[in-house]
Ligand binder design. Structure first.
Ligand SMILES: Nc1nc2c(c(=O)[nH]1)N[C@@H](CN(C=O)c1ccc(C(=O)N[C@@H](CCC(=O)O)C(=O)O)cc1)CN2
Ligand SMILES: NCC(=O)N[C@@H]1O[C@H](COP(=O)([O-])[O-])[C@@H](O)[C@H]1O
Length: 311
């Protein structure tokens, strides 16, 4: 797909900013001469008579630039992720492992689940990731309402909201999440969250949508239907999430052969391996702001190696 057909970029902030030609930014280590008009990020404190400034990070704008790096781009901000699971969470683990090893430019800050004792929640607790219960348990006090979930994921906690939260004796944090990743989550995402996270919620489904998707199609049920249908190929689909099950815009797919003597478990295992690879690849693109929207509303992934190639 040629770049000129791309009319709009999804990126909330352009991912490739050209620096003004007269400026060049460097990030230098801490403490330097005072006369460079430096913006100091950090804190200062007085130790005895000495006032010490501990720089967290310092940037410097050189007045003269000997050479301009043409096409220099600003660094892409590291993204904050929430993952929703209901079961074992192997896709969640794959994404988290990619983040830990530095190959994914994002961090999983919170796991959301409707089953507090599922494998994904256990993994999150064992790895220092906050766990949030959604939706509310029927007639129970546990779990968040849709609006509480939006506040927890989206907003920056203010004093007032802390007071409200404290008043209701609920321990809610605010995570300022950029993207939501559904990975085996078996409940319908409410419209409040869809509206709060437009074009920012992905789901992985274990068939080649639009086939074998929708209400009732989850887990082994999908693979049983695939085998019974006689199709020769299945595979994972990653799509943006809208108000209905599995009808959002398709972003990525991979074909996986269906063998003549496959059981549902064997097919599920083959598809799941491809899911792990595909979801990590797609979330990397998401975090690197390489998702673009074609004029007809189809989302594409811009190649990391060749900006004029899309898939
Ligand atoms: N608003 C959306 N919410 C969710 C989507 C979506 O596309 N839009 N995707 C699902 C994930 N999913 C398929 O990928 C899916 C999950 C569950 C079901 C389903 O039929 N669930 C049953 C309840 C199952 C249970 O509670 O054990 C049901 O609703 O009757 C279909 C598709 C996640 N949410
Ligand atoms: N329709 C939703 C659905 O069926 N999702 C599927 O649930 C499994 C979760 O596995 P995991 O918990 O090991 O990632 C995955 O195969 C995913 O595609």
């Amino acid at each position: 797909m040629e770049a000129q057909q791309i009319l709009s970029r999804f990126c909330p902030k352009p991912s490739s900013l050209l620096l003004p030609s007269h400026k060049k930014l460097h990030t230098l280590p801490c403490v330097g001469p005072k006369n460079l008009g430096i913006q100091r990020l950090g804190c200062s404190y007085t130790e005895g008579k000495k006032k010490r400034v501990f720089c967290v990070r310092r940037t410097i704008e050189e007045e003269e630039v000997k050479e301009v790096k043409v096409g220099a781009t600003m660094p892409v901000r590291r993204k904050k992720l929430a993952v929703f699971v209901s079961g074992g969470g192997s896709n969640f683990k794959s994404i988290h492992e990619a983040s830990l090893k530095g190959s994914l430019h994002g961090d999983v800050l919170v796991l959301v689940t409707n089953k507090h004792d599922c494998g994904g929640a256990e993994y999150a607790r064992n790895n220092g990731i906050s766990v949030v219960l959604f939706p509310k348990v029927k007639d129970g006090s546990d779990g968040l309402s849709p609006s509480e979930l939006v506040d927890t994921l989206r907003s920056q906690a203010s004093f007032a909201s802390f007071v409200d939260i404290t008043y209701h004796m609920k321990k809610l944090e605010s995570f300022q999440v950029d993207f939501i990743l559904l990975a085996g989550f078996l409940k319908l995402i409410p419209v409040e969250l869809i509206r709060a996270y437009e074009k920012s919620i992905l789901n992985i489904h274990p068939s080649l949508l639009p086939a074998f998707g929708g209400k009732g199609y989850y887990g082994l049920k999908v693979h049983k239907a695939v085998i019974a249908s006689g199709v020769r190929y299945s595979g994972p689909t990653i799509h943006f999430v809208d108000e209905h099950y599995d009808t959002g815009r398709i972003l990525a797919q991979r074909a996986v052969p269906v063998l003549a003597n496959d059981t549902a478990e064997e097919l599920a295992s083959r598809v799941l391996k491809e899911e792990h690879r595909l979801y990590v690849e797609v979330v990397k693109a998401l975090c690197e702001e390489r998702i673009v929207w074609r004029e007809d509303g189809v989302p594409l992934i811009r190649s990391k190696d060749n900006p004029n190639e899309f898939c």
